[in-house]
Ligand binder design. Structure first.
Ligand code: 6R9
Length: 650
């Protein structure tokens, strides 16, 4: 098994034996006890129809389903024949339940501006936005791409799409022109919703200019809706571009949510895979809604007066499920923060926690490690006593960061839940329920309801306690991806074709004698940089498109802060001199700053087998500054390795 996860992380996790019992006060008030979990988990596997019917029954359906599950591997339908609307359940239903005056969102801009929306206000905005989309010709089933900063309009646009049955595809605002253009074309989007600009560390990101450049090669695109976030200084193309505020002002606030089939597509979200082209992961309405609502309630032990802050941008799946849909489906108050964690300094998160009295904080290990590096001074300057629960997501959390989070941020009063899941799984799959089970630093823990995981060999044989292998899921769950948009064959092969009849997660993991699963990292050519997935092939194909590059190989190397860093090995095209600055600029332009290599090694050749296959295993060792280990005899020219080891990291 090849794992790219930082070896120091793995070593730490392997030697970790601490068990942190749930703080007594938290446990006493927890929604679910250990016995509840065990009973409900058993029921969710033994009698899924009853379990899911009960959970789904907490939400509003315009037409009841006739069958809970229809599984024809690899295709699944949940709540078959049912009709519902996730935006209705997130908003209209909350107002009907008496939460009209409760705060739905507290948004804070990087510049300190605060906007709040009650459920009634948010519903009104979403109804108007739904009418605005209709007036621009958007119909049920059409794709709408969002390229926005983390501002309330991002959530409003998502909910408005869902309300009329349009399929949203959110592209992270940090992605490049060509990444946006590829995603617009793959989804054949009719409408692009963007902003004049976005704020990042005090500077302006020119979103509209990027959107204009991306739109040049997108034949399907009819309109662009532009939110004014900065100074409304954007070139508008007559006939195509419309200001959000103008169109919204003209739209009526009367709108009835569409009654949609349970399997009606809800969103596409692109994520990196092992090949060059990102996958459009498709999620549908009913199952996703039920799982988002259920996991929000159980994993986060949600209470009526919680203030929930998931720090993820809506450009990632975490932002879909726990910044927007999950909290609203449970009628919670959610915090949204637009900017960087270190703007104007590393105390920003803690000031936000104090100011808005955040009770549940959900963030990524890479952020926790950055905070840790800045010392205890920043968090100690703020009153963090409102916090009662802490969550982690996106990559393995090293036990040191876990303990720091628990001790310094949570004051040893707040349980820490480590949640493992993926864009493809839609919602949380592994975590130990806080209050019901002790936490083990570094280990995500137990399966959520309805999730049947196993650790297996490449052949699919189940492994025993503490044996490392491949993480698989043995049966479908409601928020499972339904396909790869436009490429069902890739869906079948990637997820159901690696090991017969099980879902292949692409992660390596172990399970201990208590059933806790520790996920150690990807087993495919996917890097996890600061919790974001990047395909090495994706970066390589961009590298070789540069005129000065002949061949390229990209690997990850352990990085204390980011988890993994990107190292690019490149050989020059004859007659060219490789300029690392130009290469970095090229990657930033073509993919985004996230993929910019931390180190570039210019080489005269790459280590290849006689059949021409690049041996990335050796490159990983070189990138990590390690001794070369393993059989080098299959290499066509083993001396390449010595030259690479002697080369400078640029
Ligand atoms: C939600 C999200 C998914 C990949 C996944 C795994 C890694 C996420 C983790 C974790 C260890 C955790 N990952 N959570 N690894 N422990 N708690 O992050 O989705 O962006 O699709 O990434 O992230 O490698 O396969 P996504």
């Amino acid at each position: 098994m090849t794992s790219h996860t930082t070896s120091s992380n793995i070593d730490n996790v392997l030697h970790e034996t601490r068990v942190i019992e749930p703080p007594a006060q938290f446990a006493a008030a927890a929604n679910l006890s250990r016995e509840d979990y065990e009973r409900l988990y058993r029921q969710s596997l033994d009698d899924p129809d009853t379990f899911w019917a009960e959970v789904a029954g907490e939400l509003t359906w315009m037409q009841p389903w006739t069958q809970v599950l229809d599984w024809q591997e690899p295709h699944v339908k949940w709540f078959v024949g049912g009709q519902t609307n996730i935006a209705y359940n997130a908003l209209d239903r909350q107002v009907a339940l008496g939460r009209g005056d409760k705060r739905a969102f507290i948004w804070e801009g990087e510049d300190g501006e605060v906007r709040t929306f009650t459920y009634a206000e948010l519903l009104r905005e979403v109804k108007r936005a739904a009418n605005m989309l209709i007036s621009l010709g958007v119909q049920s089933g059409d794709r709408v791409t969002l390229y926005l900063p983390l501002i309330p309009e991002a959530a409003i646009a998502m909910l408005a799409c869902a309300r009329i049955g349009a399929v949203h595809s959110v592209v992270f605002g940090g992605f490049s022109v060509s990444a946006l253009s590829d995603r617009l074309n793959d989804a054949q989007s009719k409408l692009l919703i963007t902003a004049d600009a976005g704020y990042r560390k005090g500077a302006l990101v020119p979103l509209k200019a990027n959107a204009d450049a991306a739109a040049q090669n997108v034949p399907s695109l009819e309109h662009m809706l532009v939110v004014c976030r900065a100074d409304c200084d954007a070139a508008m193309q007559p006939g195509r571009d419309v200001w959000w505020h103008d169109a919204l002002a003209a739209a009526s606030d009367g709108h009835q949510a569409a009654s949609l089939d349970s399997e009606h597509p809800l969103f596409i979200l692109y994520t990196s895979g092992s090949t060059g082209k990102p996958k459009g992961v498709l999620h549908t309405t009913g199952g996703y809604m039920v799982a988002a609502s259920m996991t929000m309630q159980t994993a986060f032990d949600l209470k009526e007066d919680d203030v929930f802050w998931c720090t993820a941008d809506v450009g990632w799946v975490t932002g879909h499920s726990y910044t927007v849909y999950g909290p609203l489906l449970r009628g919670a108050t959610a915090v949204m923060y637009e900017g960087a964690p270190n703007h104007p300094d590393w105390g920003r998160f803690w000031q936000i926690v104090e100011k808005h009295k955040v009770s549940i904080l959900y963030t990524a290990p890479t952020a926790i490690r950055s905070f840790m590096r800045q010392g205890d001074g920043y968090p100690n300057r703020s009153d963090l006593s409102s916090l009662r629960l802490l969550g982690s997501v996106g990559e393995p959390i090293n036990p040191e960061a876990w303990m720091w989070y628990f001790r310094v941020i949570g004051g040893e009063r707040c349980p820490v839940i480590d949640t493992w899941w993926q864009t493809e799984t839609g919602t949380i799959m592994l975590t130990t329920l806080p209050g019901a089970f002790p936490g083990k630093p570094g280990s995500a823990g137990l399966p959520m309801f309805g999730v049947e995981p196993a650790i297996v060999t490449r052949e699919g044989t189940e492994l025993g306690p503490d044996e490392g292998g491949y993480l698989i899921i043995k049966r479908p769950w409601p928020s499972m991806l339904r396909t790869v948009y436009g490429d069902d064959e890739r869906y079948r092969k990637t997820y159901w074709g690696e090991i017969p009849h099980v879902y292949f997660a692409g992660d390596g993991a172990r399970r201990d004698a208590d059933g806790y699963i520790t996920v150690v990292g990807r087993v495919d050519d996917v890097l996890n940089v600061s919790g974001h997935r990047l395909g090495t092939m994706e970066i390589e194909s961009v590298l070789v498109a540069h005129p000065s590059v002949s061949e390229a190989a990209v690997v990850g190397r352990p990085d204390d802060l980011k988890g993994e860093g990107v190292v690019a090995f490149v050989t020059p095209q004859s007659g060219y001199v490789l300029d690392p600055a130009a290469i970095r600029a090229h990657i930033t332009r073509e993919i985004g700053a996230l993929a910019r290599p931390d180190a570039i090694v210019v080489a005269d050749a790459l280590p290849k087998t006689r059949s021409g296959k690049i041996m990335r295993r050796f490159l990983r060792q070189i990138a990590a500054g390690k001794e070369i280990q393993g059989d080098t005899s299959t290499l066509e020219d083993p001396s390449v390795l010595e030259r690479l080891q002697a080369a400078d990291l640029l």
